[in-house]
Design a protein around this ligand. Structure first.
Ligand SMILES: Cc1cc2nc3c(=O)[nH]c(=O)nc-3n(C[C@H](O)[C@H](O)[C@H](O)COP(=O)(O)O)c2cc1C
Length: 393
């Protein structure tokens, strides 16, 4: 089992990450994790915060001489913005903070955020006590944890990618073969350059209008072995685990495996993926199509795992929506805190991290092992058994 924990507030000293369950002898270093963190920070439509932060995860434990030890991997990411928040976010009681603008109580609740339910649930008088942890700053920690999971999966040939399929209602034509390098270079992480230009214009128009834009993203995991997850219990089904992991990302409002909702309008013969006769023992069980998104019965089916998710437009709007005051319940304009205009491109990178963590967990559940060589023996032993029962065994 691979588990991870994150801690940290948006303007606190930093983020803390613990990843547990990674076998020993996995080559990994800070540079690899930094490259994933940098991918999250790019993207057209991001706000001023990303200019301040240059995320770097410092590995504190669980790695020695470039290889994992099998012990928990502890990491920290410093918040560069902390210097501006030392009073407002001080750990100790610092007494009178009336001289500090950032310490002012926030009572103008922002619709679309955790502000209202969080303040009620935890009994807070200041919405900052909610928004600091609810902020998507926490997703930097997830990307660091996900990078460890990705490194593990890479050892076994599994690769993750993501691309933006729509922003603000502008839809990309998805090419048959996606040029992943071009997606990495696209400011909106889109595989259709013409749509990307229109998406950027839409982000500009939303910004001009003091508004925000949402969109949809697709995650693809290639080379996933057949049989991760299980049909036997609801909480071991891989599609359900992927859905929960993606839905847990801030602002995600819908998840589908493969084309999802679209298949509901088609007939069965138009949906299910025909299994092709086996001609290559190393690549059995190929399909004509992959509308199942690489899962059947809660297990991976050997085809690429494909999941999509929808991200709502950011709730913090420069022309704030009408709202109410936490103290009085009277009409006010919602609080405005520095904000992105569109967070869809980085959401793809976060989605990759979350899917990597789910797949790494299911992979270790299936193959086990306390070291990479042991896990590899188990993996190779299983893979030698997955061909047609009479032909190759
Ligand atoms: C990468 C990323 C960046 C985000 N940046 C912002 C932001 O700058 N301002 C904002 O209001 N919401 C931002 N959000 C969305 C909020 O974090 C999210 O809508 C809020 O926590 C409420 O959660 P919910 O929509 O899941 O209910 C961002 C989300 C993601 C995934």
């Amino acid at each position: 089992m691979v588990r991870f924990f994150t801690a940290g507030e948006s303007h606190g000293q930093g983020l803390v990450i613990i990843v547990e369950g990674v076998p020993a002898a996995l080559p990994i270093g800070e540079e690899y994790i930094a490259s994933q963190l940098a991918r999250r920070q790019r993207g057209y439509g991001r706000g001023g915060r990303m200019l301040i932060e240059q995320d770097h995860a410092h590995i504190m434990s669980g790695v020695r001489h470039g290889r994992t030890l099998g012990s928990p991997i502890g990491m920290t990411i410093e918040n560069k913005d902390w210097v501006n928040w030392e009073t407002a976010m001080a750990v100790e009681d610092v007494g009178d903070t009336s001289h500090d603008e950032r310490s002012k109580r926030i009572t103008r609740i922002r619709p679309g955020h955790a502000d209202l339910p969080g303040a009620m649930k935890y009994g807070f008088q200041d919405v900052r006590d909610v928004l600091e942890r609810a902020s998507a700053r926490e997703t930097a920690a997830r990307v660091a944890a996900g990078a460890v999971a990705m490194r593990l999966l890479e050892e076994f040939g599994i690769q993750l990618h993501s691309h933006v399929i729509s922003i603000g209602g502008i839809k990309a034509e998805i090419p048959e073969v996606i040029d992943w390098q071009a997606v990495e270079e696209s400011p909106v992480r889109c595989a259709d350059p013409e749509a990307a230009t229109r998406m950027m214009a839409e982000i500009d128009a939303a910004k001009e209008a003091g508004d925000t834009a949402g969109g949809t993203v697709e995650i693809i995991a290639e080379n996933v072995p057949i049989g991760l997850g299980s049909h036997v219990h609801w909480d071991r089904k891989i599609d359900a685990l992927v859905a929960q992991a993606l839905m847990s990302i801030n602002a995600v409002k819908a998840v589908s495996i493969g084309p999802g909702f679209e298949v509901a309008d088609l007939r069965g013969s138009q949906v299910h993926d025909v299994i092709l006769p086996v001609t290559d023992p190393d690549h059995p069980w190929q399909r004509e199509t992959n509308r199942a998104g690489g899962t059947e019965g809660g297990m991976t089916d050997g085809m690429p795992l494909v999941a999509r998710f929808a991200v709502k437009p950011i709730a913090t709007i420069t022309n704030p929506l009408p709202s109410v005051d936490l103290d009085t319940g009277d009409l006010v304009q919602a609080h405005y805190e520095r904000s992105d205009v569109c967070q869809v491109p980085p959401a793809g990178v976060i989605g990759e991290a979350m899917v990597a963590l789910v797949l790494a967990g299911a992979f270790m559940e299936k193959f086990g092992g306390d070291s990479i060589p042991e896990t590899r023996r188990n993996y190779e032993g299983y893979m030698a058994t997955v061909g047609p029962r009479l032909k190759y065994q």
